[in-house]
Design a protein. Structure first.
Length: 268
């Protein structure tokens, strides 16, 4: 069933994206991805390394006949221009497309990796060339280290950023979001539920509220959810179509719950 999901403009990209997107790596079937797409989602995120390339191949089959309606994102872990170009060409072949909408430099978690990727002969050189050739439309960055990703966003080179953020891990509010707002960088959130660990605490809030929490922050454009459980994804999509944000009181309730979960070590 298709839901009337809220849509927003993804920062300076100008791309209209549903505020809920599909995260790659977990679903192993074409049917699973199609079931998620049938919810009305138009943002799909994957990576060259997910399941040794099988994720891109399955997504390529799942989006056949729908590609023109989707915002498609993938990533490279390569830090040099030659390796990055090879990754991109492989991704395009497996995804069965002539371009990707957003191509991320993936997991720039250290200063050394960032310097290598952005320096002479680095992955950014291949990225800029690919954009000139029309193989990619926009350039993104991802990572798990908030300080380092904040520094990458602060360069102004990236059109989008994909980072961890949830009610228990609020570091992006000071380390990433201010830079994103300054550069009109599109912000997409992963780990809104800390790999579903936030669902498992005592008296846990409803699963959809963790996604509503991140979408309530003014710097955030979209949240992606991995397809570990298709029925849960459908539930969240239905709920976000009804209401995508939380009141301040509800946000505070989630933050208190998240803090308890983090202190208890259940999110490690």
């Amino acid at each position: 069933m298709s839901y009337d999901l809220p849509v927003t403009i993804l920062g300076r990209t100008g791309l209209a994206v549903t505020r809920l997107g599909i995260g790659g790596a977990y679903c192993e079937t074409v049917e699973g991805y199609r079931a998620a797409l049938d919810c009305g989602v138009n943002y799909v995120d994957t990576a060259r390394v997910y399941r040794d390339g099988q994720d891109e191949e399955i997504i390529g089959a799942a989006i056949a006949g729908r590609r023109e309606k989707l915002v498609l994102s993938t990533k490279t872990l390569q830090r040099d221009a030659v390796g990055a170009r090879q990754d991109l060409e492989t991704s395009l072949r497996l995804l069965r497309t002539d371009h990707v909408d957003i191509w991320h430099l993936h997991l720039l978690n250290t200063e050394a990796e960032r310097v290598r990727a952005l320096g002479p002969g680095g992955a950014m050189e291949a990225t800029l060339r690919a954009r000139e050739e029309g193989l990619i439309r926009f350039i993104g960055v991802t990572g798990h280290d908030w300080v380092e990703i904040g520094q990458a966003v602060a360069t102004g080179l990236f059109d989008t950023v994909l980072c961890w953020y949830n009610c228990a891990m609020k570091e992006p509010e000071s380390l990433i979001f201010p830079h994103a707002l300054e550069h009109q960088t599109g912000v997409v959130i992963m780990n809104a539920s800390r790999n579903d660990k936030l669902f498992r605490g005592p008296q846990a809030p409803a699963p959809e509220d963790f996604h509503r929490y991140v979408l309530s922050h003014p710097a955030v454009h979209a949240t992606i959810m991995g397809l570990r459980n298709i029925e849960l994804f459908q539930r969240v999509a239905r709920a976000l179509a009804e209401r995508a944000t939380l009141s301040q009181d509800a946000r505070q309730h989630l933050e208190e719950y998240g803090a308890r979960m983090r202190v208890s070590g259940q999110l490690d």
